[in-house]
Every structure is written in C-alpha cells, then in structure tokens.
Unconditional design. Structure first.
Lengths: 334, 295, 322
C-alpha cells in the first residue's frame, strides 16, 4: 500500500510540473507580448517597458520559466489587471463561495443519483429504467447555462419561489467568517436568519450544477450494478436465500460503488467547469464568476492563476479518489 | 450407424425461427435510441434545408421588430436588433453540427495516429507521449479549453482548436491500447518480417483494425463537443456575434431572460435537443456493440 | 418422496428462436438418498437444477410439468415463498468455486449472513456458528479462515465454504451442480467424501449433477441419465452401470478409458447432439444410435420399466429388451 502512495505521489509531482509548463506556455510563450498581456491594452509605453524588464523578458525562455515557477511556489500569480489586486488574494476571496456551491451540488448529485441508478438497474428494461436512463442522458446533454436560465424562469419569474442571484439578500447580514461557507458558519453561530436565507439562495444554483453530475452518477451506478448483479456470487447468494435490501446493499452495491467512485471523482472536473457557467448565470460571487469577468477583460494573470489553481485542485482530488479506490478493494491491499 | 436424420417436429408445436437482423431488432427494442435517431434527423434536416425552411435572412437587422415575442410571423420571436430567432437557430444548426463533427473527427484522427505511433514504437517516445496526454488530462476540460481559447484569441476557429486539443488524449489512449494488442498479432509480425516499413504497417494494418472503439467514442463525443463549443461561445470565447451560433446567441440573450424570455430559451432548447440526440444514439450504439450486453 | 419432478418442459426464447431445453423430464429423490444426474454438456442437467430453485433467466418459460417438494408444487410459488425456500429447504452448490463467493466480503461474514437469515439467531451468534460450520467441512484453523477473503483460499477450500454455505440451514435437499469438476482429482475425492458424510449425518438428500460416471459410482445410490434435455434411463447405480439398457448409456460407459487396456483406442459416440431449436420427432438419440428401428424416428419412446423384476430400472427406448 505504501508503495502505491509513493508511486502516485511522484506521478502527482510530475503531472503538476506539467501543469505549470502548460500554463507557462499559455501565458508567456504563445501570446505575442506577455508584458502587454500583463498590463492590458490601456497601459502606457513606460509601464510596458518597466514590466518587460521586471518580467525578465530579455532572459532566455528557461530562465523565464524558472522565475515563473518561483513565483508560483511563493503563491504569486501576478496582479490582476482588472482589480489591481494580487490574483492570489482575489482567488482566496472568492474561493469559499465556489467551494460551498460545488460541495452542495456534489452531495445532491450523490444522494439523488445513487438511488436512481440502483432503481434503474434493478428494474432494467421497464418503464422505470427507461425514465431513469432518459433522465440521465438529459442531464448530460443539457447545457448548464440553459438549465440555470430555465430554472430562473420557472422558479423566480413564474412561481416567485426562489431568488435569481447572489448568495444572500442584501438586507440579511452574512454570518461571521469562520470557514467562508455561509451554511456552516451560520449554523455554527446559531444565526438562523442567515442560514435560511443562504440556503434559499443556494438551492437553484446547486440544483442546476448538480443536474449534470446526477446524470453521470446515475449512469455509472446503473452500469456497475448491472455488471455486479450478473456475477456468479450474486447467484450464489440468491440460491442461499439472500434477497431484497440485504442482497442489494450488502452484496451488490458495495462492489458496484468501487468503479462508481472513480468515475464520480473524475467527473469533478466537469463540476468545476460547470461552476464557472453557473456562477455567471446566478451572479454567484465565486471564482468562476471572477474568471469569466477576467476573460471579458482579457485579464491574463487572473485567467492563468485560476487555471492553475483549479487544475491543481483537480489533480489532488483525483489522487484522493485513486487512494480511496485502493483502500476499498481488498485484493489490491495485499 | 444409421445415416438417416429424424424428422423435425411439426411446425405447430414449435415457434417458427425467424431470421431477424440483430441490429434493427435491438434498436426497435430501445425506444430511447429511436427517439435519438429522430432528433438527429430533425437537426440534419434543419441544417440542410435552412434556406428553404425560413424566408428570413439570419443576419438582416430590423430595429422596428426588436424583441418581438413569439408570434405567427416570428415563431421564436426576435432578438435585440430584430433578427428572427427561428431562422438563426436553423442556420446555427449548420454551424453546431459542422463544428461538432469537424472537431471530433479531427481529434479522433490526430489522436488515433498519435496513439498508434506511440503504441507501435513504444519505448521513450511512448512514455513521453503518454506523460503529455496525462498532463492534458490533468486539467478539467472546460477550464483548459477556456485558457487555450482565451490565449489564442476569441473566435470560432480557436475555440474548435481548443476543444480538439482537450479531446485528443482519449483517442490517443484508445488507439494505443488497440495498437499494443495488435502489435502481437501474427499478421503484423508477418508484415514486419517481410520488411514492410513501419509507417506502412501502421497505416495499412494497425490503424484500420484499431478503429472500432474509436468510432464508438466519436459518436459519444460529438454531443459533448457541440455543448463545449456553445459553452465557449456563451463565455465569449467562441463564435462572435453576429454569427448565429447558439452559444453566442445565448451569451447576449441571457441578460434579457426576465423581460424577453424567448431569446435565450429557444437556442438553448436547440442545443439540448441536438446534444440529446447524439447522446441517445451513442448510448444505443454502445449498448448494441457491447458484447457483455445480455439483453 | 422428497422431490418429484413430473414431465417438466422448459423453453428459452431468444432473439432468433425458441429452444426447448427440457422435454418431459421426470425424476424423483427420496429422503436421504444421493441421486446422480448424468449427461454431457447441453443435456439439460443444470437447467433442471436451476428450475427447481427458480433461478432461470428471464427469457425462460415452463410450458408443462410440475415440481413437487414435500408435497408442495414449487412452480406455483410466488417470489416471497420461493425466497423462503432457497437455502432453507433446498441448498445449491455451483460448479465454479473461484467465482461463487463474494470477492470483497470475508468468509466468516458471508457464512454468518446466511446462517443469521436461516436460523433466527443474532448476527454475532451466527458468526460463531460460521466458524463451527467451517470446521464441519473439514477446514483447518477455521477462525483464521473466517477472517480471510475468498481470493486467499485455494479452490478446494473455497468449494468447502460453498458447501458450508449451502448446508447452513441445514436444508433437506442439496443440489450440487458439478461440484468437483473444477477441482484437482485428489481434492475431488475428498469433497465427494465430505458431501457423503454430511448427507449421512444430517439425512440430507443430494442431487448430484455430473458428467463423470466415476463420481456417480463413488457416491450415488441412484442415477438418472439425461440426453438432449430428456431422461433416457434411470435406476440404481448398480443396475444402470452394470446393465445399461439405453444405447446412450451403453456408449457412455463404453467410452470410458479402460486402465487395464491402455493401448485400446478410445471409442467416441459418432454424430452430434441434436439442435434443440428443431427437436427430432422420434427418439432424440435415434440419429446417433447403432440399433435404431424405423419406429425410433417417428415416435418418442416413453420411460418405462426395463425388466419385470427391477421396478426401479427404467429406460426410454423402443428396444428396451436388449
């Protein structure tokens, strides 16, 4: 087991190195004038020259890369052209909102997706199954921005049930910052007004984001369950009188979950991508909205900083998923 | 040993064995796949016959008619400069379909070739290529596509390039896996002993035989590619207005959602149906070709 | 009579056609006896076993016949009643020990779960019982084995576990579908002996499905010979093996290599098993039979007594007096 961790960690370092290479490539090598990228179209010629010198653009490429890496390790992504703040500070400011949204969506996807997948598998080829599969395909096919818009149309405009933007009403003071996650912070400080209001604001964006995840989870659970249910050992259990929930959960599901975890972990990537779009639609003050605004502004330091941080997180998540997989499968343990 | 064969039982006691084409049999049994096929045909029809299906010009501006709600004259309403949305959706179908197919075919082709080369030659080259693919796969798809598209400049071609880049690694892996297996087969080894040059072996023997999983993957990917292009368009990174690309239309239209709901809704619906169609078909094809299917 | 199968017919429908896997199969098993069901692959022996426990695939239909267990028609049982029957009254051992056990559950837990279900005791008590069960199937160091996973055990040990599982309740009937085929010859012998002992101790009947006549000779009191989904001969082991009446049985016995004459060429049965989608009209074996008469091709023979004295020896052949 330890060997595996060491191997995976060394792979991790290599991949992260590659990530830095690509972001460096994208930010420094491809654009014609990185200095111009840094300061934006509106800066003066003097600022431009100064930045050029500072960036060491007269140095050979590999020295530039080295400097870039130094910056990264120190947590320096440069300053945002738009906000004039260090990009890393901006990202930290907006991170909790995105985390809250992504986590909630993830939990919804799992809690609803797994039962639907099981139902679909157990009732294979019946109306339930077809409905479940259509639901799953619809989820994968729906553009996240569109489902969000429809959600707003229906629940905000039509039914006037849910808000269409923001994390919390302006009239409700947000909870004190412990983790930055409004739900957690308000719960812990007993601030019910903030809790309720935050939850109310969270529903629609989280559901929108969860929809696509749901589809992936459902589809995978169904496929894995079908595979497991067709195995010999299930027949043995059946022949010995095991049936119903015990068979389904203790015997079948635990094996079906193993490949599911891997797929679900990988789908986190699409969750992060979907968050970008969702935050835009719902004016959710997270990293996604930040980067979209940066794109419109052609704020490259911000764009690259975001890309790096998100990819870094994604790589770590995948590593955790892999380790969980190894932990669950006893055959590999030995 | 008597050489006679016994008479078969009379027909009435046994079901008549039908000669059934397994392919259509399986499709018929799955209504979802059928529906997907229907959707695809609709989109194909729309993109092929767009000029015939609408009398409006997709780019013609008509300020007096701006933000007109759906009516008999404008089935899906008009946008902020009075263009007919229904017409723009029809022409957008051409774009989305063309772009989706082009991107996936391109990625599939390039990926297959790279994968075949990597698998065939092995060694350091293989290691290098696979590490490179791992790195590309380390990024969440949309995020990398955004970064690449933003860096190259916001237009449709760059968006297509960006998406093709992120799709390539899957094909490289697929083709490489097939190549590794094919490399050991007798007919390939025979070709080697005949002195046939590696390029020829790869092109003539390896790649044609490695295509089966690639084709399945392509069908599954087109729907996703269409969505990705539209998403980039929505973010301002793909096709730019006034091009009638569905994502670009929504990038402007969404701000008017509450007042003029039809503007972002209908292009989005078109996107959904297009993607749905491809995914249903892809799913159905995968079910049919899956040897483990015990239907 | 513990189990009585009367004229059972089972069909499978697929995309192309309908296969009649079993036709008019009749056999019975009394309390405490070990009955062998012999036949080659495709003879329908496994289908018979699966039909008893209701474990057939979804595309199977039972157009005719009955299966009576302790007086109840188990084909008429609903799902719940069938589930109550499985394991508790009738246990089953499958052929492949390598895949029969749950790969990520410990041996002890797998046994405990079944015991807990059948014997109405707490899970903890059931676990202790599980260790005892392992000892009863002659596994050394049962506490240690109970904590292991299936992949850590050898084939022979796994099959013992499978037997322990099937005998948990304990059931009055054990169906063993080729329980030793996948095992080494030396282990085979031990497993068969184990089953024999368990049967003697608990009074459990065993339906032993096999293609190996040697197995039949070793443990079975009676034997049923099947071919192409039909029963062609049945009787006590002594009767059938000493004086086989059906040409197929005779050919089977004749095909056994004779250790006393190692240089003799092996004799095989010419021809092929019939296509079960298009069953022949008359005797199912007629096309391969060296002794067939014209009537054999037209009318299917009925399973009837062979000789006047031995009422248990029955054969389905127009030339039963041969």
């Amino acid at each position: 087991m330890r060997q595996i961790i060491v191997k995976r960690l060394s792979m991790l370092v290599l991949v992260l190195l590659g990530v830095t290479l690509i972001t460096f490539f994208l930010s420094h090598v491809i654009p014609g004038d990185p200095a111009r990228m840094m300061v934006g179209q509106r800066a003066s010629e003097e600022t431009l020259q100064e930045v050029r010198r500072q960036l060491g653009l007269d140095q050979p490429v590999w020295v530039q890369y080295f400097t870039y890496m130094q910056g990264l390790l120190a947590g320096d992504f440069g300053d945002s052209i738009r906000t004039q703040q260090p990009v890393v500070d901006d990202l930290i400011k907006f991170f909790p909102a995105t985390l809250e949204l992504a986590l909630t969506a993830f939990v919804i996807a799992i809690v609803i997706g797994i039962p639907i997948g099981i139902l679909s598998a157990v009732k294979k080829d019946t109306g339930w199954d077809h409905a479940g599969r259509f639901f799953s395909i619809a989820g994968i096919s729906t553009p996240v921005f569109w489902s969000g818009l429809i959600g707003i149309l229906v629940f905000y405009k039509f039914f006037d049930l849910l808000p269409s933007s923001g994390r919390i009403d302006l009239t409700v003071p947000p909870p004190p910052t412990i983790t930055g996650l409004f739900l957690f912070d308000s719960l812990v400080t007993g601030n019910w007004a903030a809790f309720g209001n935050s939850l109310w604001h969270l529903v629609l964006p989280a559901a929108t984001l969860a929809f696509a995840q749901l589809a992936i989870v459902t589809r995978q659970v169904r496929a894995s369950m079908l595979e497991v249910l067709g195995q010999e050992y299930i027949r043995t259990a059946l022949a010995n009188g095991i049936h119903g929930p015990v068979l389904l959960f203790r015997y079948a599901l635990r094996n079906a979950l193993i490949p599911t975890i891997t797929v679900v972990g990988l789908s986190f990537g699409s969750l992060l991508g979907g968050a970008v779009v969702t935050e835009t639609i719902f004016s959710w003050p997270g990293m996604g909205k930040y980067v979209v605004e940066s794109i419109a502004f052609l704020d490259f330091p911000a764009i690259m900083g975001f890309t790096f941080v998100i990819s870094f997180g994604y790589v770590i998540i995948n590593l955790l998923v892999d380790l969980t997989y190894y932990a669950l499968d006893p055959q590999i343990k030995e | 040993m008597s050489g006679m064969t016994a008479k078969p039982e009379s027909i009435s006691t046994m079901a008549t064995p039908k000669t059934v084409n397994p392919f259509w049999y399986k499709i018929r049994r799955n209504p979802l796949t059928l529906f997907g096929l229907f959707l695809l045909l609709v989109i194909l029809f729309a993109s092929l016959f767009a000029p015939l299906l609408s009398s409006y010009d997709p780019t013609k501006i008509n300020i007096t008619q701006r933000f007109a709600p759906p009516s008999a004259e404008h089935w899906f309403g008009t946008d902020e400069v009075g263009r007919d949305i229904y017409t723009r959706i029809l022409y957008g179908a051409r774009l989305s379909l063309g772009v989706g197919v082009a991107v996936v075919f391109g990625a599939g082709l390039v990926g297959t070739v790279i994968g075949a080369i990597s698998g065939y030659f092995g060694g350091k080259l293989d290691q290098l290529i696979m590490r490179l693919m791992d790195i590309v796969l380390a990024f969440p798809s949309l995020v990398l596509a955004m970064a690449v598209a933003a860096t190259l400049g916001p237009n449709l071609q760059n968006a297509m390039l960006a998406i093709a880049i992120i799709k390539i690694p899957v094909y490289v892996r697929l083709a490489r896996a097939e190549t590794l297996a094919l490399r050991e087969k007798l007919f390939v080894k025979a070709a080697v002993t005949f002195g046939i040059k590696p390029w020829r072996i790869i092109a003539r023997h390896i790649i044609p035989n490695a295509l089966s999983p690639v084709v399945i993957q392509v069908t599954l990917d087109i729907g996703d590619a269409i969505l990705l292009v539209a998403t980039l368009g929505f973010l301002g990174l793909g096709a730019q207005p006034p091009t009638p690309e569905w994502g670009a239309m929504i990038s402007i239209g969404w701000k008017y959602l509450l007042d003029y709901w039809w503007y972002p809704t209908f292009p989005g619906l078109a996107l959904f149906l297009a993607s749905c169609g491809f995914n249903l078909i892809g799913d159905g094809i995968r079910d049919i070709l899956d040897p483990k299917a015990n239907r | 009579m513990l189990l009585e199968i009367k004229e059972l017919t089972v069909e499978f429908s697929s995309m192309h056609d309908r296969i009649r896997a079993l036709k008019n199969v009749s056999l019975s098993i009394a309390k405490g006896e070990i009955v062998g069901v012999v036949g080659e692959s495709g003879s329908g022996k496994s289908v018979t076993a699966l039909t008893i426990l209701g474990l057939l695939e979804k595309n199977a239909t039972i157009p005719a016949g009955s299966i009576t267990y302790k007086g109840r028609n188990i084909l008429a049982l609903d799902k719940k009643e069938l589930q109550a029957l499985r394991g508790k009254e009738i246990g089953m051992v499958f052929q492949e020990p390598m895949t029969a056990l749950h790969p990520t559950m410990r041996i002890g837990d797998q046994l405990a779960e079944v015991i807990h279900r059948h014997r109405k005791i707490s899970y903890r008590e059931a676990y202790q019982q599980a260790v005892v069960s392992l000892a009863e199937v002659q596994i050394n160091d049962p506490e240690l084995v109970a904590r292991k996973f299936p992949f850590e055990l050898s084939g022979g040990m796994r099959q013992r576990v499978v037997i322990a599982l099937a005998m948990s309740a304990p059931p009055d009937l054990l169906i063993a579908d080729e329980p030793t085929t996948a095992l080494d010859v030396t282990i085979q012998h031990e497993i068969l002996k184990l089953m024999q002992e368990l049967s003697a101790k608990r009074g459990t009947s065993i339906m032993l499905i096999t293609h190996d006549l040697g197995v039949v000779a070793q443990v079975c009191q009676r034997v049923v010979v099947m071919y192409a989904g039909e029963v062609v001969e049945t009787g006590t082991t002594e009767e059938v093996l000493r004086q086989p009446k059906h040409p197929y049985t005779q050919a089977l016995i004749g095909a056994l290599p004779d250790l006393a004459e190692p240089d003799q060429p092996l004799s095989a049965i010419p021809g092929e098993t019939p296509d079960l989608r298009n069953r022949p009209c008359g005797c199912v074996f007629a096309s391969r039979c060296a002794h067939s008469l014209p009537v054999c091709l037209e009318e299917p023979p009925v399973l009837e007594q062979a000789l006047l004295e031995a009422s248990s020896h029955q054969v389905a052949c127009w030339r039963r007096d041969m």
